[in-house]
Design a protein around this ligand. Structure first.
Ligand code: AMP
Ligand code: TRP
Length: 335
């Protein structure tokens, strides 16, 4: 029998997971578990590309892991682990960075956004190398499919290039990973600005709804969310970017078709629509929050993560040996 496709994805431990993260990526993580061998990673080494407070980071790693479990990642089926627990990520990142070009890394839009105009003097080299570490995450497990939001497409393309480049030089070592980017939800827009993606680094908390927001916060944020001119509830990204974004969210949190929602809200105006959307989002996050609270304080969380790290390490050790042998590095035979 053909082996199940292997899936890999990662999330930064920011302690703040918003609807964009969930609808664009995490939702797929859960769905893919049924038919694939999945590895899900809390990418703490990526997090330190920008300054972090050690105590906060430690807590955020735990919170992100608890949240993954709360949304339905099943540790019996999927490997959930923390990146820095498997040292081969750094090792492969170094090897790949020797094969990545400064030019291609400089063209990464996320690097350009995060470094701004101050590209050379005081920007950490880790931020520059960020996509190389991401490629290492994926190629270390020879993952074939990578569920991510639209904003990661360019990074995935780089992973594919690095994989092909390496294979051309040293023989077939890596798969060329395919992105899984869903149609609806892969780019959830900010509530305060429907032309920019929802982002945890937004300056205002009215940009996003987190999975941990209280019902009052959710209602308030949706109430003041930007809308478009006119008053009809219609999906049209060009003419009605704000309402289209709200319709996407409404549709995904309730599992209802956008066309059905458009029909329901015909002639009803924005006020009623927003009020119902607020309630739907509250309804949606309630069970997740309940489960999260249980998971966060449960000592089982630690053993889930250490078992995850041990399973991931077994796979990583095997792969790094193959990689090193292909490169002519080291003496230890592959077994
Ligand atoms: P991060 O929190 O940056 O580690 O992102 C975790 C996942 O969420 C990645 O797959 C991102 O592509 C995805 N993501 C982040 N922001 C959004 C958004 N506004 N819409 C859809 N997906 C997103
Ligand atoms: N860069 C991704 C993000 O910010 C997180 C990430 C790190 C990732 N390594 C990965 C995603 C490997 C997919 C595969 O969202």
């Amino acid at each position: 029998m053909e082996r199940m496709k292997r899936v890999f994805s990662g999330i930064q431990p920011s302690g703040l997971v918003h609807l964009g993260n969930y609808l664009g990526a995490l939702r797929q993580w859960v769905l893919l578990q049924d038919q694939h061998e999945c590895l899900y990673c809390i990418v703490d080494l990526h997090a330190i590309t920008i300054p972090q407070k050690p105590k906060d980071l430690e807590l955020q790693i735990r919170q992100t892991a608890a949240l993954c479990l709360a949304i339905g990642i099943n540790p019996e089926r999927s490997i959930l682990f923390v990146q820095s627990d498997v040292s081969e990520h750094g090792e492969l990142a170094w090897i790949l960075s020797c094969h990545a070009y400064m030019g291609e890394l400089r063209r990464m839009t996320q690097f350009k956004d995060k470094s701004g105009s101050n590209q050379e003097e005081s920007i950490g080299a880790g931020l520059f190398n960020y996509p190389v570490l991401m490629a290492a995450d994926i190629l270390l497990y020879n993952a074939q499919a990578v569920p991510v939001g639209e904003d990661q497409r360019q990074h995935l393309e780089l992973s594919r290039d690095l994989s092909r480049r390496f294979n051309n030089l040293y023989g077939d070592v890596f798969y060329v990973p395919e992105p899984i980017i869903v149609k609806a939800g892969s780019r959830v827009m900010g509530l305060d600005d429907p032309l920019k993606k929802m982002s945890k680094s937004a300056s205002s908390q009215y940009n996003y709804i987190t999975l941990m927001d209280t019902p009052d916060q959710i209602r308030a944020k949706i109430k003041v969310a930007v809308t478009d001119s006119g008053r009809e509830i219609r999906y049209d990204e060009g003419q009605k970017p704000a309402i289209s974004n709200l319709l996407t969210i409404f549709s995904l949190v309730t599992n209802r078709q956008i066309a059905a929602l458009e029909r329901d809200y015909e002639g009803k105006g924005y006020g009623v629509f927003k009020k119902d959307l607020g309630e739907a989002v509250c309804e949606f996050v309630r069970p997740i929050q309940k489960e999260y609270a249980k998971r966060l304080d449960d000592p089982a969380l630690d053993s889930i993560l250490s078992q995850g790290a041990s399973k991931a390490s077994d796979l990583a050790r095997r792969q790094i040996k193959i990689v090193k042998q292909a490169l002519g590095l080291g003496f230890s035979p592959v077994h």
